[in-house]
Design a protein around this ligand. Sequence first.
Ligand code: NDP
Ligand code: 2IT
Length: 451
Amino acid sequence: MSYVDEVFNLVVEKNPAQPEFHQAVKEVLESLRVVIEANEEAYRRDALLERLVTPERQLLFRVPWVDDKGQVQVNNAFRVQFNSAIGPYKGGLRLHPSVNLGIIKFLGFEQIFKNSLTGLPIGGGKGGSDFDPKGKSDREVMAFCQSFMTELNKYIGADTDVPAGDIGTGAREIGYMYGQYKRIRGVYEGVLTGKGLSYGGSLVRTEATGYGLLYLTEEMLKCNGHDIKGKTVVISGSGNVAIYACQKAQQLGAKVVTVSDSTGWIYDSEGIDVVLLKEVKEVKRARLTEYAAARSSAVYHEGKSAEGAGSGVWSVKCDVALPCATQNELLLDDAKALVANGCIAVAEGANMPTTIEATQYLQENGVLFAPGKAANAGGVATSALEMSQNSERLSWTFEEVDGKLKNIMVNIFHNLDDAAKKYNMEGNYVAGANIAGFLKVADAMTAQGIV
Ligand code: NDP
Ligand code: 2IT
């Protein structure tokens, strides 16, 4: 059996009931087959793949906190420090009831390659909890965040592990966590990114994932003879990534006609009103029904939650589709609908939103496909820029950070493109991303010996 297949079987055997982790590993290992086979003996001897798929450290802990009624609640929490070959562990914290170890491991594994692709010195990690911030008071969110950080602070630091936001973790949660870290450890350091601007945050970090997604999409389209200007775009999600993807798409002259959340989706024939969307989601933390109620051109469709069920937004005719909600939200039938409607490009704002079968169908039918670990790398790249600013105790201007972000995204696209061409898979940006991301990490792991 080939080394790649052996290691994949091992992952399934040793990590039962973690389907998302298996899926992420499978996608990466399949792309690496050609690279591994070219150097199989050395990789096998060093157990490089076994080490790559096994986290360096996995922390599991309970988070007790008291709700507004005086009742004690207990959540499960995780931090997976996956790989530190090229820098301190770096990756977000997800707060969502669906969070379990397998989900955090899939996200941490993806993060290794994503962070490598940014060209910046950051290793891969991820964390989170099954705590649901939705419907909780600010006081309850603070109680959870303080209890969470009371344990997590022992394992993180500006030069060891630097968490950030993800689903359910935004500026509010990062603020509460930062305050508690500072209180316990007594140091004012860049231990988290996505901080507020008044206490060490970076300009553009809020916008970075969505903006970066559009910078990469624009470059991918341009290099394939298309212009983003004038294109019709469908977006899923209506959180941090979706909102700023929508804003940048419009700034570049595209028309965005959909957004979604876990209870329904909006079709807006006039194009999404980003100011209204921000008011509904960032200020009121409300449902999309409020958007529809405030705008006559918008139609609200109930149902079809993203994960596992496919989302209604993929049935809308478009040129470009940007999944920005969660994993496995774009299924084979959705891919078929997109192709039938003439979609030319899909770029993943979320992590692993497209299933392997859907990805293959899109690629086989000539749709340009940018995988999340490349397309959404702008968020973590700007986090790394926040770390740099914290280290030198300076803040850069919006234009400076935005300019660096754009350069990073354009470079990422060309790295994928070049890697795909080098290994005779021109246009396969999934393979290009996995290979380019892997080679740097593998080189660093090899140089550092068996650790
Ligand atoms: P937010 O919490 O800000 O927004 C998430 C959005 O997706 C919401 O609209 C939410 O709807 C929807 N959603 C989440 N889970 C589900 C689900 N199970 N079913 C249906 N809808 C769901 O998160 P972000 O925008 O930060 O993250 C979105 C994606 O982007 C995630 O995959 C994340 O890992 C990825 N990402 C985020 C980065 C960042 O910097 N924030 C960087 C790179 C990737 P509702 O509010 O109803 O739950
Ligand atoms: O998935 C991701 O890349 C993030 N949630 C952002 C991580 C970070 O450290 O900024």
